[in-house]
Design a protein around this ligand. Structure first.
Ligand code: MG
Length: 273
């Protein structure tokens, strides 16, 4: 009997110890709170609520400052401010970018030097970029002031001097090239500065490389919404249909269209989302 009592006591102590250990393990494996966004639970009861019950003070929203009048949010990564091309390399051989650095805070495509891209790779971003077609008009259609802003190095938002210059609508200024015409044409006169503000979410792929979620793009051209959270079908080639190679983060790429288009860029910054 004494022996049975001792065994039971030992078993109870062991169980208690195991339970404590299990609790510790649960505590240890608890997911860290990494999300910046807190979604407050909605009230689903029928009782009337007081105003203060639906007012939340935490967590505080980060103060980043405005992105107007040439200002840049303090959490933005500056990719080009006119001082150097240090953040950029040529896409074909990763050598230093050889586009022209101008004295007015801009850079211009150097004839046939090739595309340039950021050294840093990005996934989801908010991108601000300004561009200008050369004031001296040359050629027509796709050969007039053609360049492009490629998100993830793969998905082109078309840059083109479309003023009095018709072309296919899914290749006009602001189009997702050969994939989606813009909702509106909002260019300033040729030779003046345009802005694009782009919100890009990258596509997602499974382990086998299959796309499980399309990327999306929202584009504002000179303050006008021209793409409203559209689904990206895939890459934006000149010839052929969109393809969906699996990828992770990638560079932001600016196009040298190869025909002396001489498009200029300035004030380029991104916020990682
Ligand atoms: Mg282009």
């Amino acid at each position: 009997m004494k022996h049975l009592f001792a065994s039971s006591l030992l078993l109870s102590l062991c169980l208690a110890s195991c339970q404590e250990k299990a609790k510790e393990e649960v505590t240890e494996t608890k997911e860290p709170e990494t999300s910046k966004v807190i979604v407050h639970e909605e009230y689903t009861g029928t009782e009337p609520t007081k105003p203060e019950e639906t007012e939340f003070y935490e967590p505080k929203v980060p103060v980043v400052g405005p992105a107007t009048s040439g200002k840049i949010p303090n959490d933005a990564i500056v990719l080009f401010d006119g001082s150097s091309l240090d953040a950029w390399v040529h896409s074909r051989d990763s050598t230093s970018a050889k586009w022209h650095l101008n004295g007015d805070g801009s850079m211009t495509v150097a004839d046939k030097t090739g595309n340039i891209q950021t050294k840093q790779n990005f996934g989801d971003v908010q991108l601000h970029i300004e561009w200008r077609s050369p004031a001296e008009v040359q050629r027509d259609g796709q050969n007039r002031g053609n360049s492009g802003v490629f998100l993830n190095g793969l998905y082109e938002v078309q840059v083109l001097d479309n003023n009095d210059n018709d072309t296919y609508v899914n290749g006009q200024v602001g189009s997702i090239y050969k994939q989606r015409a813009p909702l509106a044409m909002a260019s300033v006169p040729t030779g003046e500065w345009n802005s694009y503000d782009i919100i890009y979410h990258a596509p997602e792929f499974n382990e086998d490389g299959g796309k499980i979620k399309s990327g999306t793009m929202t584009v504002i051209h000179n303050g006008v919404l021209i793409h409203d959270h559209i689904e990206i079908k895939g890459t934006t080639p000149y010839i052929g249909w969109p393809k969906n190679p699996p990828h992770g983060k990638g560079p932001l790429l600016l196009q040298d269209h190869g025909d002396n288009s001489r498009v200029s860029y300035r004030n380029i910054w991104v916020r990682e989302l």
